[in-house]
Design a protein around this ligand. Sequence first.
Ligand code: A2P
Length: 278
Amino acid sequence: MKTTHILSDGLQLPLIGFGTSGFRGAKAVQSISSALSAGYRLIDTAYNYENEGTVGAAIRQSSVPRDQILVSSKLPGRYHRYDLAINAIQESLYRTGLEYFDLYLIHWPNPQRNEYVEAWQALIDAKKFGLVREIGVSNFLPEHLDRLQADTGEFPAVNQVELHPTFSQVDQLDYDKRHGILTEAWSPLGGHGHNLLTLAPVLQLAEKYHKSPAQVILRWEVQLGVLPLPLSQNPTRQAENLDVFDFTLTANEVEAIVALDCSGGRVTDQDPKTHEEL
Ligand code: A2P
């Protein structure tokens, strides 16, 4: 099994990253530092998480050198216009105190505003300017990705979407794979307060492999070729969520979890066709 994802321009990402949505302040600096100590090397943030400063502080505090950490952030919908997007990326960098991002994504397509192609052009140029090493999107549907390619000639390297057992995104994943796009998963465990960890097939597999339900779900995502971004404030669970490389689900077991997909399986009501996040 491969040990990293290699993006089209050669940037290597680990098989599991660390999500930080909702993490802010001094306690969050400790959580992110502890994640780095546990071995996470991809830290995912966003302008709208309002914690880029927290992420930057954790990186400065960590004994892991900057060039061994991949930092990813995201452009908010209110800054899709070209000049605003370039300024926002620079502001993101000032907030983190970093000189470059490894990855920068458009957070949501916000199709009603119809400015995401302009945002994409700004990300393409931000890469040329050296502000970011690689660029991608989040929550983009095939129709949005087709349009980026048609209008700029470039597909994103990454598409970060909601993905977990009740929303397994088979079609989106297939589209992304066919176009050389790596799919990342937000809420890979179903997010805060949801009960995917008690679904019967997940519990049975956890028992069979002597792993936790969270480990079964993360392993399933890794085997699908998805890069999950679990978040945890708890150092024991942070370590647990990286420890998924000593067992393998069979093809039937992978399919049994895919079969948990159901309509209404999103843990949010955020459909990218209609969701506006500015
Ligand atoms: P905590 O921070 O207390 O560990 P997601 O990654 O899908 O967004 O889910 C995050 C939620 O899942 C958080 O509430 C987190 O709580 C919890 N969580 C993370 N890892 C585990 C785990 N290994 N076992 C149980 N719950 C977990």
